[in-house]
Each structure stands twice: as C-alpha cells, then as structure tokens.
Design a protein. Structure first.
Length: 93
C-alpha cells in the first residue's frame, strides 16, 4: 500500500515513485493514472528517472500525424522506395 507521504507526493505534483514502491503498489498507481495523472518511475541511489506512465488517451493525443505546418497546402514530399540513410548521415547534413 502506498504510504501517506507517497500519496501526498503524487497528489501534490511530485508524482515520482521508486521502482520498489511502484511494484508494491501497482494497482493503486494505475488507479491514479486512470484519473489523469502522470507518474514517473525512478531507480537507484541517484533516483534516475527511467519511465513516465501516462493515461492512454494522453499517449494517443501525442502521436498525431505530423503536418507540414505553414506549407501544408503548398508543398509535399515523397521518398523513393529504395531510399536509405543512416542516422549518422542524417545528422551530418
């Protein structure tokens, strides 16, 4: 069960739990996420953030098809089927 301190942290915007605390309280944490809260999971002595759990509807909203912005109706692009470029090549442009 989440401690009252952990629940206060989640409610008051801190929303960060250590992995062990998350594992012990997964059902309660999922209920908090269902209510629209984001929860960060951290690990280790340095309490390094390793994941953020968000409600599914927030995740879907963040993955919309990208538009071309101000050129949306004036420009287009296409790539040939055999187009290949490594990450390094792209970053060196």
């Amino acid at each position: 069960m989440l401690t009252s301190r952990s629940i206060r942290n989640i409610i008051h915007g801190m929303k960060t739990l250590l992995v062990d605390e998350f594992k012990k309280n997964i059902s309660e944490v999922l209920e908090i996420i269902k209510q629209g809260e984001e929860v960060t999971i951290s690990s280790g002595r340095e309490k390094e953030n390793i994941a953020v759990l968000v409600p599914f509807n927030m995740y879907i909203r963040g993955h919309k098809k990208r538009k071309l912005g101000i050129l949306e109706s004036r420009a287009s692009y296409s790539l040939q089927e055999d187009f290949e470029m490594s990450d390094e090549e792209l970053l060196s442009l």
